[in-house]
Write a new protein. Sequence first.
Length: 291
Amino acid sequence: MPEGFSIPSTTPCPLCRGATSAREGWYHACSSCGFQFSNLRPGGGASGPGLERLRRSNFNILLNHLAALRPLTGLRLLDVGSAHGWFMQEAARRGLLAKGIEPLADAAAKAKANGLDVIPGFFPQDLPEDGLFDVIVFNDVFEHLPDPPSAITAVEKRLAPHGLAVINLPCADGIFYRIAKALWRRGMARAMFERLWQKDFASPHLSYFTPRTLQALVEGRTQLRRVACFPLLTLTRQGLWSRIALTHRGPSAALMFALLTAASFVLAWLPADIVCLIFEKPESGGVESQP
Ligand SMILES: [Zn+2]
């Protein structure tokens, strides 16, 4: 980290307890393990309608990777932060028995009205005690959690032997993130970097993982072991204009549309800004099998 970028912070790294440095009062980075986190105020939120097609495409890529690991039919799925229930619907179509847990009461009620099995509340405290799951999924949820180490411990406890934890999240190795951060370090592109953290949004990012820091967290705290890591799509051209129209107007919207359309053609060749990691629980061991 270059001199002058940040100041030493008194907040220890939540992953390794190492020393951290801070910038602009909200962004923290660990000098030992490289984990990046914020002290932004946690909150709930769900993606807008312009993102539905992109999300569903990514969910099917994810389900293809799961299907390569084992047959999906009859697997008991828990979708943490199930929002509109889009992932539950795609998973049910592939034969999984999908249950969701969703803290936003409105979203939970709507998904239930659509016939989905959704519990309103927070994981793990509002999940009924009984029952294990074969797959526990976090789609754009893990980076919003105030305490990732305790969340992953709870996941291990609620997974059946050979169960899979699936964590799909934004990646600090991604090309957009790295460009935005490099500019921000030089006092530029503040809005772009803050947008990636969803600063001043209802549901900001509290962590920004890389595959390396996420694996260190999961394998350091639990017996879960990484079995897959793959990129997901950041951008689709379908629905792009309606997504831009949510935040931009007039010439700036047209410019953004042109730039993102051009970017969509080269992104496939660049480090991904969204990744998904899958971890497997061993046959025996883990918390619930200890005396
Ligand atoms: Zn650290």
